[in-house]
Design a protein around this ligand. Structure first.
Ligand SMILES: [Zn+2]
Length: 183
């Protein structure tokens, strides 16, 4: 949909849309234009609309901004998409902003195998850590530093990863549909 007015574009750029599979399972969070494309091509139906000014096309058509849409046909996830991409914010949510070493507030990303030694930013190689523990561990593995982990890092499911990204409004919308928002 290319006819969205500039004014509306400014308003919706930060809004996202929760996409449910036909089975009502959480599938993804996408930007508004993509979700509107699904609706216009009949690939999805809107379940919950945003309480915001509607989208307005140059031709004068209006459409509520969707909040939660559901795909009409079930889409199977490809194998490559079974493990969600690593993100810093997703990691912080996974670890509950808790330092893996001292249990304090963890706001930095610690690489178990340090980046300087080829460690990657992956779900299994990163944990949340406080600045103090991160600095103390430095360029060593937890074993080398004598700093045992309080929890083992795991790979989140796609469902958990999508839940990590939801705002309170989006969680409420799903709860309003009777869907669980527990990871
Ligand atoms: Zn700490």
């Amino acid at each position: 949909m290319t006819a969205v007015s500039e004014q509306t574009k400014l308003d919706v750029t930060r809004m996202r849309v929760v996409v449910l599979n036909a089975s009502f399972e959480l599938k993804a969070v996408v930007e508004v234009p993509r979700a509107v494309g699904y609706l216009f091509t009949g690939k999805a139906e809107s379940l919950v609309d945003r309480d915001a000014a509607p989208l307005r096309s140059a031709g004068g058509l209006t459409m509520p901004i969707p909040c939660v849409v559901r795909l009409i046909r079930y889409v199977r996830l490809p194998m490559s998409a079974r493990v969600p991409a690593w993100t810093r914010s997703g990691l912080m949510r996974r670890d509950g902003h808790t330092c893996a070493y001292c249990g304090g507030r963890g706001q930095t990303v610690d690489h178990l195998v340090p980046v300087s030694r080829g460690g990657r930013s992956s779900w299994l190689n990163t944990v949340a850590a406080c600045g103090r523990c991160n600095g103390r561990k430095a360029d060593r593995t937890p074993e080398e530093a004598g700093m045992p982990l309080r929890y083992r890092p795991n790979e989140p499911t796609m469902r958990a990863a999508v839940l990590f990204t939801l705002s309170a409004v989006e969680r409420d919308a799903l709860a309003g549909l009777g869907l669980s928002v527990a990871a």
